[in-house]
Design a protein around this ligand. Structure first.
Ligand SMILES: [Zn+2]
Length: 106
């Protein structure tokens, strides 16, 4: 496992840098390590570009984190929104596809 070099002291000024943190395991990660979920007009979706406007939450593209996020309604809490069952299914499907792509065969 490689740790990222940047410590908490590397920031300057009082302004807080928005830290990307997985809503499930609460570990911070780099932009490329986390998948962004974004709240849109009709619910929540995966933001694979990371550029979608709207309130966002991050989760590791790992089954572990994803399931924990779903089980604890962590996405709803993080995005302060409700997700319909239908939306959740779509979201899950997108995430599964993604997990499939990123997962190396163990
Ligand atoms: Zn995580």
């Amino acid at each position: 496992m490689s740790k990222q070099g940047r410590g908490p002291n590397s920031g300057r000024g009082a302004r807080k840098q928005p830290q990307r943190m997985c809503i499930a395991c609460r570990r911070a990660g780099g932009k490329r390590d986390l998948i962004r979920l974004v709240r849109v007009a009709d619910g929540v979706k995966l933001d694979e570009t990371g550029k979608q406007a709207g309130r966002g939450a991050y989760v590791h593209p790992q089954v572990d984190c994803w399931e924990r996020a779903l089980a604890g309604s962590l996405i709803q809490k993080a995005l302060r929104t409700k997700i319909s069952a239908e939306n959740l299914m779509t979201l899950s499907a997108s995430m599964s596809a993604l997990l499939h792509m990123t997962n190396e065969t163990a």
